[in-house]
Design a protein around this ligand. Structure first.
Ligand code: XMP
Length: 520
């Protein structure tokens, strides 16, 4: 959608953290774009050069990668930051050697500057950073110098002696890397000499310009009530309210808070929202399905079937034809849905999050995706700019397949009801304890095991509910927070007392990685 040139080109070699590099650049107010190697090659070939390049990490080993990346290094003035695999590419190109690691180094590591004169950005001599690699640069040529090493003796940072090139074996883009932000800012500001050019205002103006261009067209919106589709719809409604029609599909896998939220939006958002009740159909289709990816596919395809049928019916009844389908697709969805077998993006997909990707093809309708270039925090900034209530824009993320991926194994109305009631208790207590805004997500999961308990004077053999509460900055990594015992105690005793059929509540104390936030 946005045609303007971005200053920083981030080349994705398949790291799970590539998006975080982009987020860091934008938080620092520098425009950037993530591209595949093929896209980058094409741009370089046609002389469409960025002002700076960042090479991401990646799972491969440079000696197993047969591609030729020389084009990246031929312009002597181009500022380049190579991260992890990106640094190994640098080392290799400048005639150094990369050694295959026997073991994988993962997690925190201490690194230090070899000499005082190498220290940049006023950083301390020793840094606590995040590593995730097996291979490493073993030797370098005269053109480069080693500036940082890790306490295990591995080369952690290299620099070109005369060109604006920096290589880092660790991941400054990861939240856990101390001074990661300062390091990236140092590269953008001091090495690449870029000017800040990215803010909520610039994003807003570019998006409004795009929406103005389609004024008068009939716009159909797949509306979930989440912050993405809400902000997308409000942006369009701001320009052309009478031509926007929102449809909300109720698959029955929502929490009580989602139903009340939709009701409030119908009354207060000023949007034209139509509800499609398809609960029975979804439950029928999911009754015997246990596999998480199959569930996601069924939920996605049933959503598309129902949505299309109702919209066609609506068009007939109202004598209109929709021109565009508005979706709250974010930049993270775009990058994820390109991998791993798409147009060359290599990041490994852990779960297929793109819930209703097939909708535009099936409906043969053009897409309108005003948020396609921005991240969640930028959407929230836009929501604020649109003066939407805080409660609407700071809701916890909720997955498209809803409770469908929070009931382990086959779904039934009873199991979904257990999660709904337990979730409601969690929400009430989070609010009472004033913890809602302190956590990223908080929910319950239905576990498909029975457990023995005592209820009253009798033996019970009932269900287990797991409490999953995490803190995260971006959903890519997460930790379980240190919550007051009092809160946990209240939630546990309320669930076992109030939710019929549940005798046990467990608390998930797994961080991401290795666990994911959702259980499926
Ligand atoms: P994971 O479980 O991958 O979750 O650590 C990271 C974030 O993504 C959300 N999530 C989904 N969102 N459709 C969605 O729209 C999905 O299928 C899906 N699976 C996970 C999850 O809630 C968390 O915020």
């Amino acid at each position: 959608m946005i045609k303007k040139i971005r200053q920083v080109l981030i080349i994705d070699f398949g790291s799970q953290y590539t998006q975080l590099i982009a987020r860091k650049c934008r938080e620092l107010a520098y425009s950037c774009e993530i591209v595949t190697v093929e896209d980058a090659k094409e741009r370089f070939f046609h002389g469409r050069l960025p002002r700076a390049v960042i090479l991401s990490g990646g799972p491969q080993s440079i000696y197993e990668d047969n591609e030729n990346y020389n084009f990246l290094f031929q312009n002597e003035k181009m500022p380049i930051l190579g991260i992890c695999y990106g640094m190994q590419l640098l080392g290799h190109y400048f005639k150094g050697t990369v050694q295959k690691g026997k073991t994988f180094e993962y997690g925190r590591a201490l690194i230090f500057f070899l000499q005082d004169k190498f220290r940049f950005a006023n950083l301390p001599q020793t840094l606590d950073v995040w590593m995730s690699h097996a291979d490493h640069v073993a030797t370098i040529s005269d053109e480069l110098e080693v500036v940082l090493k890790s306490s295990s003796g591995i080369v952690a940072g290299i620099r070109h002696k005369s060109r604006p090139i920096l290589g880092l074996q660790f991941h400054p883009e990861v939240h856990h890397s101390q001074y990661g932000r300062e390091i990236i800012e140092y590269f953008l500001k001091e090495m690449a000499h870029l000017q800040k050019d990215w803010s909520a205002d610039t994003i807003y103006l570019e998006i409004v310009e795009q929406i103005n261009a389609i004024k008068g067209k009939k716009v159909l919106c797949a509306f979930s009530g989440g912050v993405d589709s809400l902000v997308a719809a409000k942006l369009v409604a701001q320009v052309d309210p009478s031509n926007l029609f929102c449809f909300f599909v109720d698959h029955g896998l929502l929490r009580p808070q989602d139903y009340s939220h939709i009701k409030i939006l119908m009354e207060q958002s000023g949007l034209n929202i139509n509800i499609i009740d398809a609960k029975k159909l979804f439950f029928d289709k999911l009754a015997l399905v246990g596999d998480p990816e199959t569930k996601r596919k069924i939920i996605g395809s049933t959503f598309i079937d129902v949505f299309q049928e109702k919209v066609v019916q609506f068009e007939k009844e109202h004598g209109i034809k929709f021109d565009l389908l508005l979706q709250g697709t974010l930049y993270s969805d775009v990058i994820e849905s390109k991998s791993p077998h798409g147009k060359g993006g290599k990041s490994v997909t852990i779960k297929s999050h793109h819930n209703v990707g097939g909708l535009p093809d099936r409906m043969n309708i053009k897409l309108l995706e005003p948020l396609r270039e921005i991240f969640k925090d930028e959407v929230r900034a836009l929501g604020k700019r649109l003066e939407l209530p805080k409660r609407w824009i700071y809701r916890h993320p909720f997955p498209g397949p809803g409770i469908g991926i929070r009931v382990m194994g086959p779904i039934s109305e009873e199991r979904v009801a257990i999660v709904q009631q337990s979730d409601q208790i969690v929400l009430e207590e989070l609010e009472k304890f004033q913890l809602y805004d302190n956590v990223w997500q908080a929910f319950t999961v239905f576990l498909p095991v029975k457990t023995v308990g005592v209820k009253g004077d009798g033996r019970a053999y009932e269900e287990v509910v797991c409490l999953r509460i995490v803190n995260s900055v971006d959903g890519m990594t997460a930790n379980w927070p240190d919550l007051p015992y009092n809160f946990l105690q209240t939630v546990s005793s309320r669930i076992t007392n109030e939710v019929s059929g549940v005798t046990r509540v467990v608390y998930d104390i797994t961080s991401k990685p290795p666990g994911t936030i959702e259980w499926e």
